[in-house]
Write a protein that binds this ligand. Structure first.
Ligand code: SF4
Length: 130
């Protein structure tokens, strides 16, 4: 993970305008176009990265009261992929937030089955999949 962070910093200078932004940390923001951009190294985990970028845009909409758009960029490939933010995705995001609020008030986290990705997960010490 550390190697990936360093490679990312070297490859693309960080957009310092996103620092101190309500605790969210998108890779880049085009303030003039009100577009939040998350860069990714490859085509993998596309759905997860799309949801991450959509989350940032929805948070900025809530904070500013203005419409924001979202996009993912493939580093090196110069690909700019628009992330759709429709009513259905906003409703789904609110449902996820409500689920998180319920989990937060639960005495224990829900049990999570072990998956192949657990071996390299940075949080495995929290759920015991070491
Ligand atoms: S180790 Fe990571 S990926 Fe596996 S269940 Fe725990 S948090 Fe999820």
């Amino acid at each position: 993970m550390q190697l990936g962070i360093v490679a990312h910093e070297i490859h693309r200078p960080r957009d310092h305008s996103v620092e101190g932004l309500m605790g969210i940390a998108p890779d880049r923001i085009d303030w003039a176009r009100r577009e939040v951009i998350e860069a990714k190294a490859g085509a993998g985990a596309r759905a997860a990265v799309s949801w991450q970028t959509r989350f940032y845009a929805i948070m900025l909409m809530a904070a500013t009261g203005a419409r924001w758009s979202a996009a993912n960029e493939i580093i090196g490939g110069r690909k700019h992929i628009v992330v759709e933010i429709g009513l259905a995705s906003i409703v789904e995001m609110v449902a996820m937030a409500e689920c998180l609020v319920r989990m937060r008030s639960a005495p224990l986290p829900p049990a999570a089955p072990r998956k192949p990705i657990c071996a390299s997960c940075s949080y495995r010490f929290l759920c015991g999949h070491v």
